[in-house]
Design a protein around this ligand. Structure first.
Ligand code: FES
Ligand SMILES: [Fe+2]
Length: 382
């Protein structure tokens, strides 16, 4: 993030009382509990949000060389994105045109061609069918189809994919968030490690975890509450995407310095852009984290958390340093946030409450759910 932008954001904190909630949304919001637990609603979300909207599937740096690939699941449909020899990207539905087996396995290394593991059909990196070994004759009267293409785009070090709908354009998809994302220089980072887990609750509860700092004081009283502000954060919105910056208490001392040119932002902040619907990019002091959500069912969400460092770790010491960072992050969410989310999901399923209330002190949460509801309920989505 450029220094002027950092100063501009920090200036908003001048004169605030850290015990008074800010910023405040214009009004609170009530959201029906059914939005989290109704299977019919979930199906509409998969079709509308996860198939027709751009999805963040990874960072450019993790598919750098020819044949390097990423897999994802867009609204239930498996897809793969593959780096081409000319440096561009191709994306396709990851299902063999013979009998549907996935042609690219998750975390496959770079490869010169794509070979289906079932009967060995071979596809070029752009999805064109090259051969049906030992059986060309047997399939001579059947259509010769390549893998079904999908839309992919890459810019600012972000890789996006989309299954249906309007043409995919990264700038359009970011809605102005590039003002903060572009200067991160994500294309220069290196993937250190990615971990996957399946959570027993609705995908929106994963995002809710990151959308307000209000819960820090109570839920994280024995972990991060000593260092983070609970009542104050910095919130902005970019189209449907909220961006919330969590603040360490040390930021208050930083902005006491009358010389703004000396202000530093990174040691005191955690900037989180929720890329609606399925991603979260966190810019955290010395590294980047990416959370990718794959809703598997109304009550089951696959979450992949990746940590990227500005330089590829080359020694055990640096690898260990980054691993500990990821351990720490997943320890707090895994021990304190997510078990509670699972309990909330169970309560909502049982009809314990019929609606949730998002307070004016939770503006990013209000924005996220307003955006989701608008996308689902707009006439264009039906
Ligand atoms: S399903 Fe792929 S070769 Fe048969
Ligand atoms: Fe939390």
């Amino acid at each position: 993030m450029r220094h002027e932008r950092q100063v501009e954001l920090l200036r908003r904190l001048k004169g605030i009382d850290p015990s008074v909630p800010s910023p405040l949304a214009t009004r609170s919001m009530r959201n029906p509990a059914s939005h989290y637990v109704d299977p019919a609603r979930f199906e509409r979300e998969r079709l509308t949000l996860f198939r027709r909207m751009p999805q963040l599937v990874g960072l450019s740096c993790e598919i750098a060389g020819t044949g390097a690939n990423l897999t994802a699941n867009l609204g239930g449909v498996p897809v793969a994105v593959v780096r081409q020899a000319d440096g561009g990207l191709s994306g396709f539905v990851n299902a063999c045109r013979h009998r549907g087996a996935p042609v690219v396995a998750a975390d496959d290394g770079p490869r010169p061609r794509l070979a289906c593991p079932y009967h060995g059909w071979v596809y070029d990196l752009d999805g064109e069918l090259l051969s049906r070994p030992y059986a060309e004759e047997a399939f001579a009267d059947a259509p010769r189809c390549g893998l079904r293409p999908i839309m992919v785009a890459e810019k600012y070090g972000l890789v996006m994919a989309q299954l249906e709908g309007e043409a995919l354009d990264v700038d359009k998809a970011l809605h102005g968030a590039e003002i903060e994302i572009a200067p991160y220089g994500l294309q220069n980072y290196s993937l250190v490690e990615a971990r996957e887990t399946t959570l027993s609750f609705n995908w929106k509860l994963v995002l809710d975890t990151f959308c307000e700092s209000y819960h820090i004081r109570a839920l994280h009283k024995n972990s991060i509450a000593a260092s983070y502000l609970s009542e104050v954060s910095i919130c902005d919105t970019f189209g449907p995407h909220p961006r919330m910056i969590g603040l360490l208490k040390s930021v208050l001392r930083e902005i006491e310095n009358p010389n703004e040119a000396e202000w530093s932002f990174l040691p005191h902040t955690t900037a989180q852009l929720i890329f609606m619907p399925s991603g979260l990019i966190t810019y955290q002091r010395d590294h980047i984290e990416l959370w990718r959500l794959t809703p598997l069912a109304v009550d089951r969400t696959l979450v992949r958390t990746s940590l990227y460092a500005p330089l590829a770790p080359t020694t055990d010491k640096t690898r260990d340093y980054w691993r500990k960072n990821l351990d720490l992050l997943l320890d707090v969410t895994g021990r304190e946030d997510f078990p509670l989310m699972a309990q909330i999901h169970q309560s909502l399923t049982a009809g314990a409450i019929d609606e949730l209330v998002y307070g004016r002190n939770e503006p990013a949460l209000i924005h996220l759910h307003s955006s989701i509801n608008e996308a689902i309920d707009s006439p264009a989505s039906s």
